[in-house]
Every structure is written in structure tokens, then in C-alpha cells.
Design a protein around this ligand. Structure first.
Ligand SMILES: C[S@@+](CC[C@H](N)C(=O)[O-])C[C@H]1O[C@@H](n2cnc3c(N)ncnc32)[C@H](O)[C@@H]1O
Length: 269
């Protein structure tokens, strides 16, 4: 049973969405451009790997985001499992950027916001970071279990591991913030977290309240949906004392970039 506070938050969200829909003159296109990259096979096979499968490799090691269902589970889980193995391009582009620049995360304390399936977090941990994966309470299920699938839990691979998967709701964040024990963070990962206007102020406020190291960097993979939302993002960043710069395309993985997605480095002024 949801608590009274949870019901109140859901109601506030519903009202904000309605308010936005009735006042917005330039609605956000919901049908966003589809994936540019081949659909990778992120499901860890139950038995041995298939040499012909399109696995997603980081430094030659496949990255798993879910476990393939057993034959018995198949009928029940087929749709869910297939859905959970699809991924937005921003996450793939950020993950491949990290592979090219491992020193940006290796030996660092990293936190991801709005992680969803948490591909950038898993890659950062595989590259030697100590990672905290966060999302709204309803979203953390997607990332739970992935650390174990990739041998990135407890001691991890090499120097990196996933320290926790925990709730960090940008709107109702007070108690979630108090539960963040593992800072100060050197790197914040954000992938495709700006898509609706009403969430932008809460997201940036959350970034501003995170326990960050003095030289912390926010690596922000962003897909433009409308100039109006982009302008709001830049305005809020500046209001909170952040500066942003676009990471040049030449620094991205040559096979993993696309026009509508930019990678930004954000830090305190
Ligand atoms: C477009 S998805 C991107 C997911 C993932 N980062 C990726 O690139 O595939 C946006 C993410 O923001 C999360 N989110 C939505 N509202 C949120 C909130 N109030 N607090 C924290 N995360 C939220 C969603 O659960 C979802 O995982």
C-alpha cells in the first residue's frame, strides 16, 4: 500500500504534467527519433555465449543488463525482458566515450542520476570506478542485479565496483539525499535525463545539492527534443552556478555519435 506521502507526490506529479500540457505552446514531441545503433544483445545467455550475437563490448568484455529468461519464464517474461534490453542512444554514446577515456572515471567515486538500465554506470565500474546507481524509486528495479551479472558487486572487477543501487528522486529528495553515504563524488553521470520540462528544475537542483568533490565533473549525454527545454536546462544550470561545455565530437567514439545527441561536461564555475 502506498503511504499518504507517496500518494501526495504522485498527485503533485499528475497536476504538474496536466499544468504543463495545458500551458505549453510548443509541446515536446513524444515520438522521439529512434535508436541509431544496432540493437545490442544485452541479455546474458543462460549457457555459453553465442559467437554470432551482437553483444555490447567494453574493452573486449561483454556488458550485460539482464539475464536471459529460462525456457519456463519465457512466455511470461518475453515482453518485459525484450523491453528491458532496449536502450536510448545517449547511454550507448556516453558508455563508449568512457571506454575511450577511462581515466575520467577510473579510481573515482561516481554517481549516476536517472540511471534506468544504468549502462554508463556499469561501464564506469568495469573501468575501475566505485559507483552509486540512482533513479526514482519506481525506476531502480531496472538496475538492480546488473552489478552481479557483470561481476561488479562487492569486490568487483579490478578496482571498480557498484557500491549501491538506490532511490534518488529529484522531486522528493530529502530522505534519499540523506541516504547517500558514499560521497563526495568526483563524477556524476547523466544520460538522457532531460525530456520533459517540469523535471528540469528538480534535476538541476538535485545536481546542485549532491555531495561533490571540488573538482567534480558532470558528464551529461543529452538528446535535444526542443530548444525550449534546452534553454531551460542552460538557464537552470547557470542559476545554480554551473558552467557547461560541449565535448568535441572528435573526443567521442567514432562509431558512436549522432547529430541530435551531445555530450557536455558540466562543472561549478
Ligand atoms: C529517458 S529515461 C533515461 C534512462 C537512462 N538514463 C538511459 O539513458 O537509458 C529517464 C530516466 O529518468 C528517471 N526519472 C524520471 N523521473 C525521475 C525523478 N523524479 N527522479 C529521478 N529519476 C527520475 C526515469 O526513471 C528514467 O530512468
Amino acid at each position: 500500500m502506498p503511504t499518504e506521502r507517496q500518494l501526495q507526490i504522485l498527485e503533485e506529479r499528475r497536476k504538474r504534467r496536466e499544468e504543463y500540457n495545458s500551458t505549453s505552446t510548443s509541446k515536446i514531441p513524444l515520438a522521439i527519433e529512434g535508436s541509431r545503433f544496432p540493437s545490442f544483445q544485452f541479455q546474458k545467455p543462460l549457457t555459453e555465449q553465442d559467437a554470432n550475437a551482437n553483444y555490447f563490448y567494453i574493452n573486449g568484455t561483454p556488458i550485460w543488463l539482464s539475464q536471459a529468461a529460462s525456457h519456463d519464464d519465457h512466455i511470461i517474461q518475453d515482453h518485459t525482458v525484450r523491453t528491458s534490453s532496449s536502450l536510448w542512444d545517449c547511454g550507448v554514446i556516453l558508455a563508449k566515450y568512457l571506454e575511450r577515456h577511462p581515466s575520467s572515471v577510473c579510481h573515482k567515486r561516481v554517481i549516476e542520476l536517472g540511471a534506468g538500465k544504468a549502462l554508463p554506470s556499469i561501464v564506469a565500474a568495469a573501468l575501475g570506478a566505485r559507483v552509486v546507481i540512482t533513479d526514482a524509486k519506481e525506476g531502480i528495479n531496472a538496475a538492480e542485479g546488473v552489478a552481479a551479472l557483470n561481476n561488479l558487486h562487492i569486490h568487483g572487477r579490478g578496482h571498480g565496483w557498484v557500491e549501491s543501487v538506490q532511490s534518488l528522486d529529484w522531486i522528493d529528495r530529502e530522505s534519499d539525499m540523506m541516504n547517500l553515504q558514499n560521497g563526495p563524488f568526483h563524477v556524476v553521470l547523466c544520460s538522457d535525463v532531460v525530456w520533459v520540462e517540469y523535471l528540469v528544475p528538480y534535476l538541476v537542483q538535485t545536481m546542485a545539492e549532491l555531495p561533490l568533490a571540488v573538482d567534480a565533473k558532470i558528464l551529461f549525454a543529452h538528446q535535444t527534443r526542443s530548444t525550449r527545454i534546452d534553454n531551460l536546462l542552460f538557464e537552470k544550470l547557470s542559476e545554480h552556478g554551473f558552467v557547461h561545455e560541449k565535448i568535441p565530437n572528435s573526443e567521442l567514439h567514432p562509431d558512436f555519435k549522432k547529430e541530435a545527441v551531445c555530450l557536455m561536461r558540466i562543472h561549478r564555475a
